[in-house]
Design a protein around this ligand. Structure first.
Ligand code: GLN
Length: 551
């Protein structure tokens, strides 16, 4: 069987959730027994999102093979069983770079190099490289009508033509806004967006219509009529409280049936039991857990996408709802501890780059350490935890990272380059998956239930081994090390602390709704126990006061 293609585009406005929609289609096809691969094609000129600010672009998602990719790849991996890699995310910048490199090498034999056919050919090549699967889903970033996305749309138009009917289809995601004043759902933006697609030769086969309110049959019929699709191919993607409900919602609208018909694929039995069980669990938690996330990029929701999901998975695994409270690390630098910290059942310090806010992070870590609140540090969270311990427990007042201070007296965190030389690494960042050995009996070993693990990295700085003896003598355990012993991967504190762990890698990138990452599972479990213990203590204290009061 030849590979089938589904091209997903978006119209009207950005942020409609194309990534979730594509992932949900992937999940539905897997639920029918098909192997899927998803890829994101981004029309911007950056070669990859590695250099973009988290405020601009949101999280940079790192794959096993060390590619810095769009955060939609995180959704693909969470919703389906595919493993993302370099080939699953391509940008206009990468396409142009490779065409220009070819041109310089003389590969085009004197021809004039043009958008059509050279850029579009390169895009088609990249689509064909996506990987082995029954169905390849290609999500085109941006919104139809953007100048930048034109070459990509032209390439998928050609691809469809070449693949032939029944082998490639177009799914278009649009918005059907509700206008309060007239109490109406408006179809015009969808009509315009489809017109835009038609003008470049693409007739969508399926429309996914995002809306706040359910689309009644007459509205669906109207969209079908004006957009030239059958009414059953107008799928309502009504807002739902959890992204994990989307596959079920699409299934209820009959989307998988339509896709299989259009792609001439057999309708194998649909098994969505695991999705139903998941949603059921999300909707019926047995309690709440409050987690304070003390980070640098707290004002932009997309900056910590995978982290938010992994924490939610921790809640699912422990049957609680996780309530997240973002605290701007900078705001902790001077004033007293904000109330949210004292109310938190667990404190997490996530990754980040640059000096801003790190002193605030250290104050939060000190708080968690001294007050015995479950603590989880990730990447920068590990580095700041080591500095805090060196300063406040070992007594090295001037301890710091060379990322925050050029020449600190005690450089407990320093650059990889100083450790083993850039040449040995092929770059200055440690990116992608690396192995790690765990110490028996540690929080980490207990969580993983294994002694050798592999996790994804994205950082330049490392713990300076010269300080390990002093830190160890003062009570810090190094429970995860690279097999060659060169890199500290996990630190823990045990002295009566319920759960204090930080890791140099990014475990949030490997957590799935059906298989919560073990560290997130155990962190939330510790937080739940801590919350329960605190509540019990407060209630006892309150009851005691009651008993003591003369009345
Ligand atoms: N800024 C730190 C480093 O480069 C931490 C990076 C991170 O948290 N991802 O090592």
């Amino acid at each position: 069987m030849s590979v089938k293609y589904i091209f997903v585009t978006g119209g009207v406005v950005s942020s409609l959730g194309k990534g979730i929609a594509a992932s949900s289609i992937g999940a539905l096809l897997e639920a029918r027994g098909y192997k899927v691969a998803l890829a994101k094609f981004d029309p911007y000129i950056n070669v990859d999102p590695g250099t973009m600010s988290p405020f601009q672009h949101g999280e940079v998602y790192v794959t096993d093979d060390g590619a810095e990719t769009d955060l939609d790849l995180g959704h693909y991996e969470r919703f389906t069983s595919m493993t993302g890699s370099r080939t699953h995310n391509t940008t206009a910048g990468r396409i142009y770079l490779s065409v220009i490199e070819r041109e310089r090498r003389g590969d085009y034999l004197g021809k004039t190099v043009q958008v059509i056919p050279h850029i579009t050919d390169e895009i088609k090549e990249a689509v064909r490289r996506v990987g082995e699967a029954d169905v390849v889903l290609v999500e085109i970033g941006g919104t139809v009508g953007d100048i930048e996305s034109l070459p990509f749309l032209e390439a998928i138009r050609q691809l469809r033509q070449e693949a032939g009917r029944g082998n490639a289809i177009n799914v278009h995601l649009t918005l059907v806004p509700y206008i309060k004043a007239s109490d109406e759902l408006k179809t015009k933006p969808t009509q315009h967006s489809v017109k835009e697609l038609l003008s470049i030769g693409i007739q969508p086969d399926v429309l996914l219509c995002r809306s706040e309110r359910p689309l009644p049959p007459d509205v669906k019929r109207k969209i079908a009529l004006f957009c030239n699709v059958p009414a059953e191919a107008v799928i309502n993607a009504k807002d739902v409280p959890s992204i994990y409900e989307v596959p079920l919602q699409f299934a209820a609208e009959g989307l998988d049936e339509i896709l299989l018909d259009l792609l001439h694929l057999p309708h194998y039995e649909r098994n969505l039991e695991k999705w139903e069980a998941l949603v059921n669990r999300i909707k019926n938690p047995a309690g709440d857990v409050d987690i304070a996330v003390v980070g640098k990029y707290v004002d932009y929701g997309d900056s910590y996408k995978s982290l938010n999901e992994a924490l939610a998975h921790g809640g699912i695994a422990n049957n609680v709802r996780v309530r997240l409270h973002y605290v701007d690390a900078e705001s902790l630098e001077n004033d007293s501890y904000p109330e949210v910290l004292s109310r938190a059942d667990g404190i997490l310090v996530p990754g980040g780059f640059g000096r801003r806010g790190v002193e605030g992070m250290m104050r939060a870590i000190q708080y968690a350490r001294e007050k015995k609140v479950p603590f989880f540090g990730i990447c920068l969270g590990l580095q700041t935890a080591v500095i805090e311990y060196a300063r406040n427990v070992v007594g090295l007042e001037d301890a710091n990272s060379t990322e925050f201070e050029e020449e600190p007296k005690h450089r407990v965190i320093y650059k990889l380059r100083d450790l083993i030389g850039v040449e040995a690494l092929g770059g200055t960042m440690r990116l992608g998956k690396y192995p790690c050995d765990l110490a028996p009996g540690s929080f980490a070993a207990r969580a993983y239930g294994e002694s050798a693990i592999s996790e994804r990295h994205r950082h330049r700085y490392e713990v300076n081994q010269e300080y390990l003896p002093a830190l160890r003598d003062a009570g810090m355990s190094f429970t995860g090390m690279s097999p060659d012993g060169k890199f500290v991967e996990i630190i823990e504190l045990h002295n009566d602390h319920p759960w204090f762990l930080a890791c140099q890698f990014h475990p949030e990138l490997k957590s799935k709704p059906f298989a919560c990452h073990p560290l997130f599972r155990d962190f939330i479990r510790a937080a739940r126990a801590h919350g329960g213990a605190v509540r019990e203590a407060t209630e006892t204290a309150r009851a005691d006061r009651h008993l003591e009061s003369p009345a």
